[in-house]
Design a protein around this ligand. Structure first.
Ligand code: ZN
Length: 294
């Protein structure tokens, strides 16, 4: 992942001193964070806390894409929204809260959801993409743009007390269309949400992005992390590319030659991996995991 770096001011060194003590992050990683711009699709129950963690960690720029106005039913989970913002633009509320935390942030507030029409341009402005949208059309549009532009996408979803996160890197891991060839028929736009559960997925996704940008640690590339907070169980599920994927299939030969192993599925071990196909917004089911034919 190519990220340009920006020098830190003395004030930024003081702000981020405690996290720069982390082995592998350091000042170089912090400079990379400052030089990075992330696109976040929707800044609600999932994207809101994600943005807050990226902002507090010192990412340089955020592009927030979210249509609509703050509604009463948002306030159990959308922590960037406030009661006095009811009826006002969601994305402007989010921008205001984030700048209160980190006034150095470069924020582009886009009062639109991601569509096939704007996905390419929005992804083109970012170094990394975070998919926090509850609508498959948006997720598929961003996935296609990320594959076309070679941009990593951190994929986060939740349902009721469950959540899942994986890191998608074009040419090295499955893309979203490998995991979801089409919108799951049981998917519903409205579903049970507890803010703390969506915030868990958000925090994990933020850590994934920070590691990827700063260049340390091991990401979830090639692995889907699933948790059930009802009983606090966590599972790591290997995920594989789908041959013939209409989005990333043209990258297959390139992947077959890759030797770096980050999320790459060699022919010999593809038979052992399972693709993952939730039926709802992040809801897993043993019955709908299918064996990959990769
Ligand atoms: Zn694919």
């Amino acid at each position: 992942m190519r990220i340009h770096t920006e020098a830190l001011t003395d004030e930024e060194r003081t702000t981020y001193e405690w996290q720069m003590w982390i082995d592998g992050l350091g000042e170089d990683g912090q400079r990379r964070l400052k030089g990075a711009t992330a696109l976040v699709s929707r800044c609600g129950g999932l994207g809101g806390p994600l943005c807050y963690h990226l902002a507090s960690a010192g990412i340089g720029g955020l592009i927030l894409a979210h249509a609509g106005v703050v509604q009463t039913a948002d306030l159990n989970r959308q922590i960037l929204m406030t009661h006095d913002g009811l009826g006002k633009s969601r994305v402007e509320s989010a921008k205001r809260r984030l700048l209160e935390l980190n006034p150095r942030l470069r924020i582009e507030a886009v009062p639109e959801n991601v569509t096939e029409d704007n996905a390419g341009a929005l992804v083109g402005l970012a170094d990394i993409v975070f998919d926090c949208a509850p609508v498959f059309a948006e997720r598929f549009a961003m996935n296609r743009a990320c594959v076309e532009q070679g941009k990593p996408m951190i994929e986060a979803a939740m349902f009721e007390m469950e959540g899942q996160v994986t890191t998608l890197i074009p040419g090295k891991t499955p893309c979203l269309a490998c995991l979801y060839p089409e919108e799951p028929p049981a998917w519903k736009r409205q579903f049970p949400v507890l803010g703390a559960v969506s915030a868990m997925a958000a925090a994990i996704a933020a850590v994934e992005g920070i590691k990827l940008i700063a260049g340390f640690g091991q990401t979830l590339a090639g692995t889907l992390l699933y948790y059930d907070s009802r009983n606090m169980t966590f599972q790591r599920i290997p995920v594989a590319r789908r041959p013939g994927c209409e989005v990333c299939g043209m990258l297959c030969d390139e992947v077959g030659r890759a030797e770096d192993g980050v999320g790459t599925t060699r022919q010999s071990d593809r038979q052992e991996r399972s693709a993952y196909m939730p039926t709802a917004a992040g809801r897993p089911s043993d019955t709908n995991r299918c064996r990959s034919s990769c």
